[in-house]
Design a protein around this ligand. Structure first.
Ligand code: HEM
Length: 182
């Protein structure tokens, strides 16, 4: 007879002051926990036109020294009307002593990034250590992701080296933390 597994006893936490207690190594990134929503602009020299997008980003944890990261974006027009789904990615940010971060991030476009960097004082800076690509993925060579946190606002800047272009600006966005229920 098949016994259904019991409910997961280890749900992810979305805020620092609730169970599960965050691991001490998460201290430099505690301010990121939660769900963020906002808008951004993108550009790249190979594209015919710049674009505007909306985005939802979630950072959560299960008490161990890594964050679960999930982001999805959709293109919008000048009136905020959704045009089509755009970039999605998810991954794991492994926190190391002294705020060092090792991140694994994958995208449905066939890209798997391993990035390394540092988190401190409300800022995270991650640069490519390695990129792996599926056989049909576009040529992505490197990225740099910078997050700056101020209260409930998260600013994000993304540089990209891809399709023969050197590392340069691709995206910028400003996200606000979803109001937490008390
Ligand atoms: C919020 C996140 C992102 C958004 C909204 C976004 C949006 C776009 C858009 C609209 C394009 C034009 C092609 C198309 O219409 O699909 C594009 C191209 C591209 N993006 Fe992004 N992107 C995002 C993140 C990323 C990331 C994380 C990477 C790589 C790690 C990336 C790599 C590329 C590449 C390689 C191209 C193709 C350039 C070309 O072939 O000329 N993008 N992006």
């Amino acid at each position: 007879m098949f016994d259904a597994a019991p409910e997961n006893p280890y749900p992810d936490g979305l805020r620092p002051d609730e169970a599960p207690a965050p691991h001490a190594l998460l201290t430099p990134v505690l301010g990121l926990l939660g769900t963020w929503r906002g808008r951004g602009q993108g550009t790249y020299p190979t594209l015919a036109a710049d674009f505007t997008y909306a985005q939802e980003v979630t950072f959560s944890h299960d008490g161990r020294p890594f964050l679960r990261y999930e982001a999805r974006a959709w293109l919008v027009d000048g009136d905020d009307v959704p045009l089509r789904p755009s970039a999605r990615e998810s991954g794991w940010w492994r926190l190391q002593p002294d705020g060092r971060v090792e991140a694994l991030i994958t995208q449905p476009t066939g890209i798997a990034e391993i990035s390394v960097g540092h988190a401190a004082d409300g800022a995270v800076d991650l640069s490519t250590h390695e990129v792996a690509r599926t056989p049909t993925a576009k040529e992505v060579d490197a990225t740099r992701r910078r997050y700056t946190l101020a209260d409930d606002t998260l600013a994000f800047v993304h540089d990209l080296a891809a399709v023969g272009q050197p590392l340069q600006h691709h995206l910028r966005a400003v996200l606000r933390r979803e109001k937490r229920e008390q």
